[in-house]
Design a binder for this molecule. Structure first.
Ligand code: ATP
Length: 235
């Protein structure tokens, strides 16, 4: 499989221990770990945000050397905050994520693919938190970048929308995108990821298939929970 993103000696001082990672085209990688483990830090470093160190190549180009317009064609980044309340229509807000303004029709296409077409004319600052989350995801998708970095994209969504978004991300991967997202739901990470990276205290402690990375032992040791009678209980 082609590699979309390769990171070497990636780190953030005090938050992320140096690591080397490669993400393939057409794959969905789940980043999991307890609160404060370093998932957001890893996503920031992969996106080449200023605080990070190391080399990040996306489709062979050094992300730090790319001008912002070119960078967005390579990488779309959705941060954890959904608290964007600009007085703009949803359509105009998503248009800001279009690298090529000559393709406005793509906005409706992306919204429809997220079953969010009815939001297009609504004002961003009048949406509920979950509705705004779906719009932010649409904005990340509209750029058609070859790598998608998403920080807890389904955190504020009800079960139906969680599954809708995960299915949409799968279809994005099927088109060749490398999808990398952080998530707290271990069951969904296992069911919808091709690969799971477990982070703890800024260090990658497992990186494998979902069933191997999320073994009972890892879950008990890192997350402090275990399964009992189909329910999560404190280990
Ligand atoms: N801007 C910052 N400056 C200094 N330390 C930070 C900063 N942001 C986060 N940290 C620290 O870095 C560590 C990793 O934080 P990070 O946000 O990457 O964790 P996370 O796994 O995404 O957590 P959560 O699940 O709670 O969102 C934490 O100890 C956090 O307190």
């Amino acid at each position: 499989m082609t590699s979309r993103l390769t990171a070497h000696a990636l780190s953030i001082s005090g938050r992320l221990t140096p690591c080397d990672l490669t993400f393939s085209a057409g794959s969905v990688t789940m980043l999991v770990g307890p609160n404060g483990a370093g998932k957001t830090s890893l996503l920031h470093a992969l996106a080449g945000l200023p605080e990070s160190c190391g080399k990040v190549l996306v489709d062979g180009d050094d992300i730090h050397a790319l001008a912002p317009v070119r960078r967005v064609r390579h990488v779309a980044f959705l941060g954890a905050s959904r608290d964007v309340r600009w007085p703009l229509s949803v359509r105009d807000f998503i248009a800001l994520g279009l690298p090529d303004q000559s393709q406005p029709g793509h906005i409706e296409e992306v919204l429809d693919s997220l079953e969010a077409g009815e939001l297009a004319g609504r004002r961003l600052d009048h949406l509920s938190t979950g509705e705004r989350s779906r719009v932010m995801i649409a904005r990340a998708l509209v750029s058609r970048s070859s790598v998608l970095l998403l920080d807890e994209p389904i955190a504020n969504l009800d079960p139906k929308w969680q599954l809708t978004i995960l299915a949409r991300l799968r279809s994005e991967a099927d088109r060749g995108t490398a999808v990398i997202l952080s998530i707290h739901d271990l069951d969904l990470a296992r069911q919808h990821g091709d690969r799971v990276i477990v982070i703890d205290k800024g260090e990658i402690v497992a990186d494998s298939t979902p069933s191997q990375a999320l073994s009972e032992a890892v879950i008990a040791e890192i997350f402090g929970v275990s399964r009992s009678g189909g329910r999560w209980v404190r280990a």
